[in-house]
Design a binder for this molecule. Sequence first.
Ligand code: SF4
Ligand code: SF4
Length: 490
Amino acid sequence: MELRDTDDAAPFLASDAPIVVKQQGGAWPSGLPEKVCANISTGPSLIPIDIGHDGYMAVIDPDTAFWSLIRKDRLSDTLTDPAFIQHIHDKDSIFAAEMSALRFGIAPSAVYFNPTERCNLNCTYCYLPEKMRRKGRHMTQRRLFEALEILLDFFRRYLPTGLRPQVIFHGSEPMLNRTAVFAAIERFADEIVFGVQTNGTLLDPEAIEFFTSHQISLGLSLDGPLAEITGRTRHTYAGGGIHERVIDVLKTLRGYRNHSVICTVTTENLEYLGEVVELFHDLEVPTCMLNPVRSTLAGGREVRPSDADLAEAYLRALDRSYELFQQSGRKLVVANFANIILAIVAPTARRLMCDISPCGGGRSFFAVDAHGDLFPCSEFIGMPDFRGGNLFAGGLENCFDTDAFRSVTGRTVEVIDPCRRCAIRNFCGAPCPAEVYGLHHDLLQRGAFCQFYWEQLRYAFRLIADGLESAYLWDDWEKATSTVFEMMIP
Ligand code: SF4
Ligand code: SF4
């Protein structure tokens, strides 16, 4: 950009208007008509972005996440079109309020609850310390009931009437404390919406019947299309494979709409992501996640792909999911990518809380470990610096104000360099604070997969430019959304 003297600036103003070089006290001098221009003064900031599309560029306002797709040959005309700029300006406060509510106005409504420290698997990239997983403790049933009563009492006071909180039994492996978990679900099912994130190996027919009859949301994990690939990262302590066991469970779950599968993407399965998508689609899995491995601990760092390799394999897998949808008429939603599309087309309809700044940890949800210790997110369990008190010692009321929680909820993109200058900062959110802390011992570093986010965003914008976004989203995604701004310029 070039700075000009006042005479050169004249073409930006109405032909007879006097030239005004300064705003005074935040308002135009009286008697002069306010003129709103992009990227100047109170006008919207609109940064053009190359999305790799033949016909379109995107323009983004980084603060509000407002965006528009503009034909490449009309870019300069559109950015200087007074009607277009004025229309955005008129809606700007709505966009800003919506983004602010999403980033800073959400009350906690969910808990990731570890009813045990133990796990029967020894996945190479696990973010929980091995000693804890091997020799840790279970929470007793009595203590688990007590914890859920404390949580319910808290949520009754803060959640709108009629809204039930969510408790997701999480790992380590919650099924190792099966009796207590089942008893808790039976006891509290009317007051709490439960989910279970499990490695799937301990789901026998009785457990599957229990969960499906209670309509419990089930999340499983599988890393490859073949036992040899899955076994590279997910196995028992003795190195035994678990692939076939999980496949059997997924076959039993066929037709149950309330389950999903996480595939953790590493250097070990990168080239098989297309086959993973085919397998999940064949098993009629409704939703999967292709989650880049978290580099929180050394094991994750050892199998971490480069951003470029990850983006190439991941986008190919998304292409494959679309082909399968076209062939079969049945979608396999890749939830972490669907969330990126939602971040663009319907920001408040996002379902996952990692790609937002600050992330959901410690504000829209929090985590409780098997001792009752409170953390902003499960990803921090095992990091004493991020313990925000204990549930049984009255810590729930205060944990949100502890340094442990505030360091995470205060980690906004505006305090991170270079995120504060990044056009996609409110689509990416610079995740994940726990991973960044594990990598750098400094929360104020950019997200671990920065370039990968950028490529996802470009891909998502290309789909939107071609009118294909709905093919990648849940069928009901438009429910409860409304259009704030739509303008077609001929
Ligand atoms: S970004 Fe990390 S800390 Fe935040 S919610 Fe996601 S996993 Fe948890
Ligand atoms: S991590 Fe990278 S893509 Fe994400 S906001 Fe920061 S600079 Fe932008």
